[in-house]
Design a protein around this ligand. Structure first.
Ligand code: ADP
Ligand code: MG
Length: 280
């Protein structure tokens, strides 16, 4: 497998009007495999959004290098190509909607890329089907639920045929139903279309099915591996200001009481089964 994202020794500093610096990313190294589903977790201010913005050249490194599909984000001539490869979905769906009809909204991205009208038509239908919003193609976006709006925003991104989608807390403003719709949609895009997904979230439960979970703290990576492995380091996560899933928490407490249970039993079913076995 090849890497779609290669980050070497990335440092990013915000500088304000009084010349005060904030180090948001601090010497970070990261490779992301094409086709993988990577979740990034971290407390507020840990540098997640700053990292996300480096992945399609909204921000450029203060130090170090970010390569997207082999292209250096510091090269101005490559910006359009980089943004064609990596699409971004943000927290607030209302800020991402530009048209008064769903299908026009989805067409906006490919139109800007200069795609032929017939091809746009095809892509819009495909993209709306992929996020299960085709029936709503003639609707007004502002009348949709938050989860539906966010799926329209995702359709607008995939209509541009990116190889990678970065979603920065896409469910933060949604109710539980909307959250589930969005997470299910991006899992399916990854599985069925092989699109690389980078999901930034503070909901542990959304990271359980990821191929890889990265935990950030103070602009650095402090955990990286399969979700079950990362969550089993309960104390380190707590020290980084994160809470672990309820299942892990329960098993952690029971282990402290001397009951031998696997910390990797992440889903409710696995956790229930492990506890059942321990007492059977
Ligand atoms: P996260 O997305 O994990 O909450 P951010 O990347 O937004 O973290 O922020 C990382 C650090 O950079 C924080 O200390 C934050 O206060 C600071 N920061 C973020 N955006 C700006 C900005 N536009 N100007 C100055 N500092 C910023
Ligand atoms: Mg953020």
């Amino acid at each position: 497998m090849s890497s779609i994202i290669e980050i070497r020794n990335l440092t990013f500093k915000y500088v304000n009007d009084e010349d005060q610096e904030t180090v948001a990313i601090d010497g970070l190294d990261l490779n992301i495999e094409e086709g993988s589903f990577v979740a990034i977790l971290g407390h507020n201010g840990s540098g997640k959004s700053t990292l996300a913005k480096h992945l399609n050249a909204i921000l450029r490194p203060t130090e170090g290098t970010v390569l997207v599909a082999g292209m250096d984000t510091r090269d101005e001539n490559l910006i359009t190509d980089i943004r064609r490869n990596v699409g971004m979905v943000f927290q607030n769906p209302d800020n991402q909607i530009v048209a008064n009809v769903v299908e026009d909204d989805v067409a906006f991205g490919p139109e800007n890329l200069g795609v032929e009208p017939e091809e746009i038509r095809r892509r819009v239908d495909e993209a709306l089907n992929a996020v299960d919003m085709w029936e709503y193609r003639s609707h007004a976006p502002h009348l949709l639920s938050g989860g539906q709006k966010q799926r329209v925003a995702i359709a607008g991104i995939i209509a541009m045929r990116p190889r990678c989608i970065v979603l920065d807390e896409p469910t933060a403003m949604l109710d539980p139903v909307g959250r589930a719709e969005v997470i299910e949609t991006i899992k399916r895009l990854n599985r069925e279309q092989g699109i690389t997904v980078i999901l930034i979230t503070h909901h542990m439960s959304e990271t359980i099915d990821a191929d890889r979970l990265i935990v950030m703290s103070h602009g650095k990576i402090i955990g990286d591996g399969k979700p079950a492995q990362v969550f089993s380091k309960v104390q380190a996560l707590r020290d980084a200001g994160l809470t672990v899933p309820e299942t892990t928490q329960l098993i952690f407490e029971l282990r402290k009481e001397g009951i031998d249970l696997p910390l990797e039993a992440l889903s409710v079913e696995d956790c229930a089964e492990a506890i059942y076995k321990a007492f059977a």
